[in-house]
Design a protein around this ligand. Structure first.
Ligand code: NAI
Ligand SMILES: Nc1nc(O)c(N)c(N[C@@H]2O[C@H](COP(=O)(O)O)[C@@H](O)[C@H]2O)n1
Length: 239
């Protein structure tokens, strides 16, 4: 594997640098039709992901991912956690869940595992009692009427000092972030399997772009890792 080069985009910091990292099957699926998590990455790719997590200020996922996978979103390597500590940071990046209706379970692994700040982003229509319970475990950010306003959320995260956000899916959040023009780079690991199923989540679901709105990408690199390929893309702005 080539040496890991993090975050090629050295753009001016008017907003946090935001990248999506996902693992998908050769047919572009993130998980099965039952939304069951699948091991797509091999050992080396999981190491790469762990390094990305360790370098990021924050990791963001959608509530769909929390409900189906119950991820902890922690940095797995003890050395990387120690390096973060030595640099005066928490062992884990800030963990952010985009959760319009405050559905995050109070016993979710993101609360149970690892130190560090958790942020739950809810809309203003989220049930008050559940929000109050979440506030005992996390910083709650309210934005948007029915649905989290991702642009405003990102602005608030920047005000909190977050400079780099790693988005780890799923399919709907990827669409929300891409369609709002918030993503700078995309890293997709394409693994050596076919998942199939027209209801299985793909890298980007949501409404989809019209022909006039299609999002252009510039290929930054393509690297074989074990039996898959890592594609790094830069999102073209203003197209
Ligand atoms: N292979 C991989 O790298 C990954 C796979 N996955 C898979 O993806 C699936 C989950 O994906 P989804 O069901 O699409 O859920 P998701 O994780 O994308 O969460 C979607 C939810 O986010 C919330 N949301 C709030 N405001 C939003 C906004 N403005 N824009 C977009 N979403 C907003 C909505 O409640 C929406 O239902 C799971 O099956 C999981 O296993 C998830 C992450 C990574
Ligand atoms: N990079 C990557 N490769 C795969 O093969 C995967 N299945 C995933 N899934 C993502 O990892 C999250 C789990 O995180 P924790 O180990 O619990 O910290 C899962 O929710 C998906 O976002 N990713």
């Amino acid at each position: 594997m080539l040496p890991i080069k993090l975050f090629s985009g050295a753009r001016k910091m008017e907003k946090p640098f935001i990248f999506i990292n996902s693992a998908m099957s050769a047919d572009g699926k993130l998980s099965t039709k039952e939304r069951k998590q699948v091991r797509i990455s091999g050992k080396l790719d999981f190491e790469r992901v762990d390094e990305l997590r360790a370098q990021a200020d924050a990791i963001m996922v959608g509530i769909g991912t929390v409900l189906s996978d119950d991820p902890s979103l922690t940095v797995k390597s003890q050395e990387r956690r120690a390096a973060r500590k030595a640099a005066g940071k928490d062992e884990n990046p800030v963990r952010i869940v985009v959760d319009s209706s405050a559905r995050t379970p109070l016993d979710a692994d993101i609360f149970k595992k690892g130190e560090g700040t958790r942020i739950i982003a809810v809309s203003n229509s989220a049930p008050a009692e559940k929000v109050r319970k979440l506030e005992e475990k996390a910083v709650v950010i309210r934005t948007g009427t029915e649905k989290v306003d991702l642009e405003e959320l990102v602005r608030k995260l920047k005000e909190m000092g977050i400079k780099t956000i790693m988005v780890e899916g799923g399919a709907t959040l990827n669409w929300g972030m891409l369609s709002a023009g918030l993503v700078d780079e995309i890293y997709t690991f394409v693994g050596n399997l076919i998942i199939g199923g027209k209801t299985a989540p793909t890298f980007t679901d949501g409404e989809g772009f019209t022909e006039a709105e299609l999002l252009g990408l510039e290929l930054l690199s393509a690297e074989k890792i074990e039996d898959g390929i890592l594609l790094k893309w830069k999102v073209k702005k203003g197209n």
